[in-house]
Design a protein around this ligand. Structure first.
Ligand code: HMG
Ligand code: MG
Length: 286
């Protein structure tokens, strides 16, 4: 479809990882089962990180085991190291994501390593994923601003993007982790990144702290990006990005894209139900 834009639903992972109260396993499973009927091609459901670092994701294996899978959906999970990758394989995920950063400060705070060491740590994951025939997506956090290092240069993002591409990531998700990106900053960053990375290998991952996520999506659309991460109800945030708000809300992105004449293939009544479910979850656990 010429006008198709994919929304990659990250609510069950990015959306829930930052919730302070422990969300019941049954609620996580019911949330994903509902989203599975929404027409999404990919749903990020789990994160095989250290449970000490992100306690909310400690039951990721049980989540993956409990969901009813739909054959048209790829169920994705984060894997920070080989240990996480092995846990993800055991849990029968369809694809994994490695996650790095364009800023040293965030890399250290989030995964306890420098950028260059993190790339070295990803190499065995890429090799193991090849053997398992599992696609690997690569995230880059802090593509414009970092909570620790301030402004991030477009060249630093381009460098990591190129490395992840050369490593074999099928797609690079550009994360405005803090939600401080502006259309101008996103434009400058994409100008640099697209010098080496083909546009059809890029996705936008915008948090909406300053309410500019849709404007940033517009810039990315102009560049030709056709995949955007979002979370129903605008859930989300990263425990290691203080001050950041949730992911841009799926329902807002759908509305916006449709007003621009794009198709998302999503079932709006299921998306609405999932927004209601996300609100209920918040009410129940806050
Ligand atoms: P570390 O402390 O340097 O690693 O953490 P370690 O190897 O010394 O291990 C520490 C402990 O964790 C050990 O346990 C390991 O066994 C255990 P202990 O001996 O102390 O009992 N461990 C594990 N357990 C389960 N699964 C594993 C695993 N690995 C080690 N895979 C590490 C390094 C990377 C593990 C840690 O820093 C970590 O888990 N970080 C993840 C942080 C995170 O999940 N952040 C949120 C996701 S990123 C994000 O939200 C941004 C994104 O949305 C894009 C954007 O918005 O920009 C993707
Ligand atoms: Mg995020």
């Amino acid at each position: 479809m010429k006008n198709f834009v994919e929304i990659f639903e990250v609510g069950p992972r990015d959306g829930l990882q930052n919730e302070r109260s422990r969300i019941a396993l049954d609620d996580k499973i019911a949330f994903i089962n509902l989203l599975s009927r929404g027409g999404f091609r990919r749903i990020e459901c789990a994160s095989f990180v250290s449970p000490k670092w992100v306690p909310q994701m400690a039951d990721s294996a049980e989540v993956m085991d409990g969901i009813e899978r739909t054959s048209t959906v790829s169920y994705a999970a984060l894997t920070p190291n080989l240990r996480g990758f092995e846990r993800a394989v055991m849990a029968r995920v369809d694809e994994v994501s490695i996650f790095g950063s364009a800023s040293e400060g965030f890399s250290k705070a989030n995964i306890n390593t420098s950028i260059s060491e993190s790339l070295e740590r990803f190499t065995p994951i890429m090799l193991a994923a090849k053997e398992e025939n599992l696609p690997v997506r690569g995230y880059i956090s802090c593509v414009t601003d970092c909570p620790y290092d301030g402004s991030i240069s477009p060249e630093s993002v381009a460098k990591v993007a190129n490395e992840l591409l050369l490593m074999g990531c099928y797609e690079i998700a550009l994360g405005d982790t803090l939600g401080k990106g502006t259309p101008e900053k996103i434009h400058n960053m994409l100008t640099s990144v697209t010098e080496d990375v083909p546009i059809n290998r890029l996705a936008g991952h915008f948090h909406d702290t300053n309410g500019l996520a849709l404007a940033n999506i517009d810039v990315a659309l102009d560049f030709g990006i056709r995949v955007f991460d979002a979370a129903v109800g605008g859930l989300g945030g990263c425990p290691y990005a203080p001050g950041a708000a949730g992911n841009v809300a799926t329902e807002k992105v759908v509305c916006h894209l449709e007003s621009l004449g794009f198709e998302t293939g999503l079932d709006s009544s299921i998306v609405d139900q999932a927004v209601g479910f996300a609100r209920q979850l918040r009410g129940k656990y806050h």
